[in-house]
Design a protein around this ligand. Structure first.
Ligand SMILES: [Zn+2]
Length: 226
């Protein structure tokens, strides 16, 4: 059995976001650490097929996410099942994330970069803000005292990693893991079938990020020490 050194909690809006943004790093992390996913929305609006039911799409995408996560060695996937596209409306999200941070006790929290300009999805910004605020609530003794009363005392994560980002302070070398990242994306069948050139796009983006640090392929993170 692997000796777990750290706990990493990855908080993303949709079922394919973790693999897309940091799948090459997840492969490396799961060799050593326990990695958990929180997926805020099951992405039920992520289809251009006018006849498909959003309920069916959501269910299908949850199954795809579990397969991809299993493939990468992720310990657990938690779905919060919020409406796709409306994450910004969810007022309880930061508190739910805070409670789960206190429960899972991660050393590192990974989420979207709310300032990343090339991806316009409002759910990514909303999820990032909720994860960042959730990390703060999780560590502060006087925030939401009911959490202590139900057996969830404060937990202080060591760092936040925001990805993808235009301002990386850490670039992980994923040259040896990019093939596994690409393989993990293939489990998101409902998504990749809509974008024929997806594999090339992933490789091109990883090459551009990696170049900055002298790697063939890379994934970038903006690190905030907590
Ligand atoms: Zn997304």
């Amino acid at each position: 059995m692997k000796k777990s050194s750290k706990i990493k909690l990855i908080v993303m809006s949709h079922p394919d976001d973790a693999e897309l943004s940091c799948g090459g790093s997840v492969v490396k992390w799961t060799q050593r650490d326990d990695v958990y996913y929180i997926i805020v929305s099951s992405g039920e609006k992520g289809s251009w097929d006018k006849k498909e039911s959003v309920f069916d799409i959501g269910k299908k995408r949850e199954k795809e996410a579990i397969k991809a996560a299993d493939y990468l060695g992720v310990k657990k996937v938690i779905f919060l099942k919020y409406s796709d596209g409306d994450v910004v409306e969810v007022k309880t999200l930061k508190l739910e994330i805070a409670a789960l941070i206190r429960y899972i006790k991660p050393d590192t929290i990974v989420t979207h970069d709310p300032l990343w300009s090339r991806y316009f999805h409002p759910d990514h910004r909303a999820t990032a803000h909720a994860a960042i605020e959730g990390a703060m609530i999780a560590r502060e003794w006087h925030f939401y005292p009911f959490l202590r009363e139900i057996g969830l005392p404060p937990h202080r994560p060591g760092e936040l990693l925001l990805t993808p980002t235009d301002r990386p302070t850490i670039i992980n070398d994923i040259t040896n893991t990019i093939d596994k990242k690409v393989e993990s994306m293939k489990f998101h069948k409902s998504q990749v079938k809509q974008l024929p050139e997806w594999e090339q796009r992933i490789r091109d983006f990883a090459r551009i990020v990696g170049e900055k640090a002298g790697f063939e392929y890379g994934e970038g993170f903006y690190r905030i020490q907590l």
